[in-house]
Design a protein around this ligand. Structure first.
Ligand code: ARG
Length: 457
């Protein structure tokens, strides 16, 4: 395609390091859509004759059908998807194929293709995140009143509801979605027609190609258009933050499914056994999510490294963007699907969680709050009195609710038998009715809001 000034072809190693067809072939649909939009526009403004334009478009559609049907032979000697498609087009329609590349370069072409690809990816990932959210909301609905220990420092802190815990992730994934959609807005300008870096002397209509490809507008600066990889960086950044949420959740599932916790049981479909220990049910999917997330963070920093030293405009370094991004986005999508499957199938052990919720003096704050409310004790003093009650319960080997009224009176005269009402975990969560709190009624109200926003499962 560019052999005019070359006496020999590339060395085999040169070909190997230079070729991107091994990974960029997956851009063929976007590449052909971009070429069809370009050819249509060239015909419209009179740069191509109607016959040439029609032949090119029919030829491109034939190439697409060949690739769709696995009948296309990709060639590494032709470097990348753009050259592979164009070369096959020439075989199919002859000389007219050579006119397609008028007023265009592979630099604006690849930027256009990749933007179209990333845009589709964002739409797919957002839909996947919503599916996961719906599953979480449905679990929250059925477990609105299920009491579990809430942790800080992974130490029992205060009882919460399992539904509230599920809805915490729904909030995170909602923010993630908005980050993807925000990246999509900025991405949606068409580089096509920026040509190699300086624009073109041909009277092209970039508004027309932008519109045909679903972009909001053409990019305003040709140098920026072919140099910009912000769109994929932003997408990887959104993916990284969301992946971090997935990883924290995966870690919780690993902990909760251990024999020691036994808060949840992952279904057979999402567990694996051990070849030597028959009792084992391993949470491999959760562990792999936790691990794969590292590749997504890695992709984000890899691409930042690739880009940080590049002078304007295009440099071949930028070809390295795709393999990294494909791997990261594929794996992110897989992790979302695996998490959705695990959450929709997992069995919740309500008895076990309720028992654990009461352990570790988790209602100590409720006792302190009661002293403030019922006996007008300043909170700091109430904290101290409660601390003594916890110490006594520890000594007696019981929970706070196991202390008798005489025990309490010995610690502080102001405590009455009314206190026992606030010491149970059920009462504790029911009382947390402040906006955003864990009370089952709050969870139900939030579930209703989410059903309105997301639709039911
Ligand atoms: N395969 C190249 C890439 O992915 C396409 C652009 C090549 N442009 C060039 N001037 N060599 O970046």
């Amino acid at each position: 395609m560019w052999g005019g000034r070359f006496a020999s072809g590339p060395d085999a190693i040169m070909e190997e390091i230079n070729a991107s067809i091994g990974f960029d072939k997956r851009l063929y649909k976007q590449d052909i859509a971009g070429s069809i939009a370009h050819a249509t526009m060239l015909g419209e403004v009179g740069i191509l004759t109607r016959d040439d334009k029609d032949a090119i478009i029919a030829g491109l559609e034939a190439v697409r059908a060949e690739i769709d049907d696995n009948k296309f032979t990709f060639s590494r000697a032709l470097e990348d998807i753009h050259m592979n498609v164009e070369s096959r087009l020439r075989e199919l329609i002859g000389e007219a194929a050579g006119r397609l590349h008028t007023a265009r370069s592979r630099n604006d072409q690849v930027a256009t293709d990749f933007k179209l690809y990333v845009r589709d990816c964002i739409d797919m990932l957002v839909a996947q995140i919503e599916t996961l959210q719906r599953v979480l909301v449905s679990r929250a609905d059925s477990e609105a009143g299920t009491v579990m220990p809430g942790f800080t420092h992974l130490q029992s802190a205060q009882p919460v509801t399992f539904g509230h815990h599920m809805l915490a992730y729904v909030e995170m994934f909602e923010r993630d979605k908005t980050r993807f959609l925000d990246a999509r807005k900025r991405l949606n300008q068409s580089p096509l027609g920026s040509a190699a870096l300086a624009g073109t002397s041909f009277p092209i209509d970039r508004e027309m190609t932008a519109k045909a490809l679903g972009f909001d507008a053409p990019t305003a600066n040709s140098l920026d258009a072919v140099s910009d990889r912000d769109f994929i960086l932003e997408t990887l950044s959104a993916a990284s933050i969301s992946a971090m949420h997935l990883s924290r959740f995966a870690e919780e599932l690993v902990i909760w499914s251990s024999a020691q916790f036994s808060f949840v049981r992952l279904s057979d479909k999402f567990s694996t056994g051990s070849s030597i220990m028959p009792q084992k049910r391993n949470p491999d999917a959760a562990e792999l999510i936790r691990a794969k997330i590292g590749r997504i963070f890695g992709a984000f920093s890899s691409l930042l490294m690739v880009m940080k030293g590049l002078p304007l405009a295009y440099s071949k370094d930028m070809q390295e963007d795709k393999e990294i991004a494909f791997d990261a986005l594929d794996n992110f999508s897989l992790c979302l699907a695996a998490m959705t499957g695990m959450v929709s199938d997992l069995a919740v052990n309500r008895e076990r969680m309720a028992a654990a919720a009461g352990a570790g003096f988790a209602t100590a704050t409720d006792l302190a709050d009661w002293l403030v409310r019922a006996a007008n004790v300043p909170f700091r003093d109430a904290h101290h009195i409660t601390g003594r009650a916890v110490a006594l319960a520890e000594e007696k080997g019981c929970g706070l609710e196991g202390l008798t009224i005489e025990d309490f009176k010995a610690i502080d005269e102001r405590i009455t038998s009314e206190v026992h009402k606030v010491l149970g975990v059920e009462n504790s969560v029911k009382s947390r009715k402040s906006f955003g709190g864990t009370a089952p009624d709050n969870v139900k109200a939030q579930v209703a809001l989410w059903h309105g926003r997301l639709g039911k499962e």
